[in-house]
Every structure is written in structure tokens, then in C-alpha cells.
Design a protein around this ligand. Structure first.
Ligand SMILES: Cc1cc2nc3c(=O)[nH]c(=O)nc-3n(C[C@H](O)[C@H](O)[C@H](O)COP(=O)(O)O)c2cc1C
Length: 108
């Protein structure tokens, strides 16, 4: 079992990261391979609405074509059995980094 966790907080050792680390520790204790990715370490922007991932018979169908730090991350997500998302609440919603990440991840 391969489990990836994503931290949508700028802090690497506060509430969100602690909760994610606890979840990953539990998974690792049952034999899972785990990885924690801090979204604030990555350079990326939100979805550019190019629709390349939606263009049937196009070379990027089903995949985000934007060439930034999320490219390798999305490849890893394809191999993951589960992902865990963690974000602080900023003004009643997930952080901007998490929102941009989700737009890019989910649209494809
Ligand atoms: C810009 C900003 C907006 C926030 N808005 C909310 C909010 O709407 N509701 C809430 O309960 N907490 C809000 N908080 C508090 C954070 O969600 C809270 O401190 C959270 O535990 C931070 O997570 P972290 O320790 O992983 O960074 C806000 C904090 C910041 C910096």
C-alpha cells in the first residue's frame, strides 16, 4: 500500500502537518509506504482552463499538461493507493495552495 499525504499549510510542523504525520505513522505501522508533500515547497499555479486534459484523442487527455512542479507529483498520485489531504481553514475554506492543487488534480 502506497499512501501520499499533502500538507496545504505553510507550516511544516504545526496542526495540519502533525495530523498528517500521525495518519501516515498509523499507515506505516501497518506496512504502508508513505510520503508527505508540503504544497508550499512546490512552484505551481491553479488550473489554466486549457481543456487539454479534456480533449479526447489529444496527447494530454486525462492528464494535466502544465509543466511545473505538480507534473511529477501527479505521476506519483497515479501510483498511489490512497491520498490524504490536509489543510488549515482560511476564511472558511481550504488554503489557496490546496485549492489550486485540487483544481489541477481533480479536473484532469
Ligand atoms: C489567513 C488565515 C485565515 C484563517 N481563517 C480561519 C477560519 O476561517 N476559520 C478558522 O477556524 N480558522 C481560521 N484560521 C486559523 C487556522 O485555520 C488555524 O490556525 C490552523 O490550525 C492553522 O493550521 P496550521 O497550524 O497547520 O498552519 C485562519 C488562519 C489564517 C492564517
Amino acid at each position: 500500500m502506497n499512501i501520499m499525504a499533502f500538507n496545504g499549510s505553510p507550516r511544516k510542523d504545526w496542526n495540519t502537518a502533525n495530523l498528517l504525520n500521525k495518519a501516515l505513522e498509523g499507515a506505516a505501522s501497518k506496512g504502508a509506504t508513505t510520503e508527505l508533500i508540503h504544497l508550499y515547497d512546490l512552484n505551481y499555479k491553479g488550473c489554466i482552463s486549457c481543456f487539454a486534459c479534456k480533449t479526447k484523442n489529444g496527447k494530454s487527455y486525462g492528464r494535466c499538461p502544465v509543466n511545473d512542479d505538480l507534473k511529477d507529483v501527479f505521476r506519483k498520485v497515479e501510483e498511489a493507493d490512497a491520498i490524504i489531504l490536509g489543510s488549515p481553514i482560511y476564511f472558511g475554506r481550504v488554503s489557496g495552495e490546496m485549492a489550486s492543487f485540487l483544481d489541477r488534480l481533480l479536473f484532469q
